[in-house]
Design a protein around this ligand. Sequence first.
Ligand SMILES: [Zn+2]
Length: 174
Amino acid sequence: MQSHTKASRKKLGPKILVCATCKRTQIKSYRSQTQCLICSPPRIEAWPEIEDPQLGVWVWFSLPLSGAWSKNRMHARTEEGGVIVRKEARDILDAIAWSAKLSLGQIKLERRKVWLEIIVQKTSPTADAVNVVDVVCDGVKRGIGVDDRYFSLLRLDWQLVERDPRIYIAIGQE
Ligand SMILES: [Zn+2]
């Protein structure tokens, strides 16, 4: 499996760019690219137009939050060098999946854009709220039967609490 991945990557070939301005080498983002990403001037003239969703479905639930929700704590290495999902991470994924399923009840989501809203409570300002996104999306995907390629984040926010932090997860669809 490992060698297969390496082989396919080699076949695609690294599209190397030598920057016309600074001579830095970089993987190309697009075929006709001549400057590296640092030398390319940023485009700031137009934000993409995208409408706020009119959500017909909106359900939410909350679960107790711990450090095990972080994407950095999800995986463990086996003695053979493989990577597995930790037991505590699997329990969390199951809890999210089950809660998502329960909160939707009879509602069946369709295979189109699904909105998520996540509010992370944390007991320390140094805790990293964005690290939970992978775990939440993975768990919700399992619970609702719609792949996370359809997911869109409506909001990811956090607030400080003194104790018993929870995570609030809302799922919506137009
Ligand atoms: Zn450059």
